[in-house]
Design a protein around this ligand. Structure first.
Ligand code: AHM
Ligand code: MG
Length: 335
């Protein structure tokens, strides 16, 4: 039998390999791993909500039954408060930044951005959802953490990852040296290394976009989608970014969420959806840009809840899409 490496063992071992390691990032990553297990337990019970109590009502023990995205938000905040290493969090669920209480006389060094339960509209129909997270260092010169502390470029992110609550639950993360995937073994309650050093295929047979919005997309995006159809690429769209991008990582392909009339800046959030997923995909050898052809990790954020367009996936397909957009934008400007 092969030796099992648990997430905790892996995190500790890999942080030790880094010359400037202090063990502090390890604590933050471990807190995230614990929260993911708690959320997984609850997501797995989601179908039983009618038995255990309708959301918003009281359950059998008299406790209020919470919406799962709020539950996940609360658990991640609580677990990240454990080590005292995380100073503050930006979450999709909270308009303002969340300051975490100090633990003894520890000086926290990190900031966390997260979407605690992405694609939560899928839960009611038992389709997979995810958590997205990113970790930044507090900049040296800052004495107080404010909203501005989070407005760092994606390339400054020091760790990022996601948890996919799917047919099995997987945690995939990077600290900037490639990406590794861990599958939760429910029998021992541990995430175990199952997909070391994941590499995205250079291209793939899949494209993923909400094609129902086709008529709301800009013309160059429509032409690119026509091109995908011409190539007989297979369309897959789960409506949960984590799940859709996860497929691309393993099978190759391209995921697009362009601007629409309803969302002129795109729908997905730059800080806690686009940047962490871009870091993961780039670390696997892929690429991520916005519809203005900027690298997502190069964008300077202006606001913590800023939206962004995104095109992410296999490197050759992103480059091809870029050329395509340039060509059509040029034709449009000449006509
Ligand atoms: P959410 O954070 O409110 O769950 O929205 C994000 C989700 C993504 O996971 C997914 O890619 C997208 O919204 C789907 O949006 P749409 O239904 O417009 O295609
Ligand atoms: Mg989301």
């Amino acid at each position: 039998m092969n030796k099992i490496t648990t997430l905790d063992e892996f995190i500790i071992h890999h942080e030790k390999l880094q010359s400037d390691s202090t063990g502090r990032l390890t604590s933050v990553l471990r807190d995230i791993g614990i929260a993911a297990k708690i959320v997984n337990r609850e997501v797995n019970k989601a179908g039983l909500v009618n038995i255990l109590g309708i959301e918003g009502s009281s359950n059998a023990s008299g406790d209020q039954v919470q919406k799962l995205d709020l539950f996940a938000n609360e658990k991640f905040i609580k677990c990240l408060s454990n080590s005292g290493e995380c100073a503050a969090i930006v979450s999709e669920e909270n308009q303002q930044i969340i300051h975490l209480p100090k633990v003894k006389d520890k000086k926290p060094g990190y900031l966390v951005v997260m979407d605690p339960l992405d694609g939560s509209s899928n839960i009611d129909v038992n389709v997979s959802v995810g958590t997205i997270f990113g970790i930044y260092k507090i900049r040296g010169e800052e004495t107080e953490v404010t909203k501005e502390s989070f407005l760092q470029k994606g390339s400054d992110i020091i760790a990022a990852g996601y948890v996919l609550y799917g047919t099995s639950t997987m945690l995939v993360y990077t600290t900037g040296n490639g990406i590794n995937g861990f599958t939760l073994d429910p029998s021992i309650g541990e995430f175990c290394l199952s997909h070391p050093n994941i590499k995205i295929p250079d291209r793939g047979n899949y494209y993923s976009v909400n094609q129902g919005y086709y008529l709301k997309f800009d013309v160059e995006m429509r032409r690119y989608i026509d091109y995908c159809c011409d190539l007989n690429l297979r369309l897959r769209y789960i409506g949960s970014m984590v799940s859709d991008v996860h497929r691309m990582l393993f099978q190759g392909g391209i995921f697009l969420y362009p601007n629409t009339r309803k969302y002129p800046q795109g729908k997905l959030r730059l800080l806690y959806e686009c940047v962490p997923m871009s870091m993961v995909v780039e670390q696997a050898g892929g690429r991520a840009i916005n519809s203005k052809l900027q690298q997502i990790l190069d964008v300077e954020p202006q606001d913590i809840h800023q939206r962004s367009t995104i095109v992410i996936g296999s490197p050759e397909m992103i480059t091809e899409m870029e050329e395509f957009i340039k060509k059509y934008t040029l034709i449009d400007s000449v006509v």
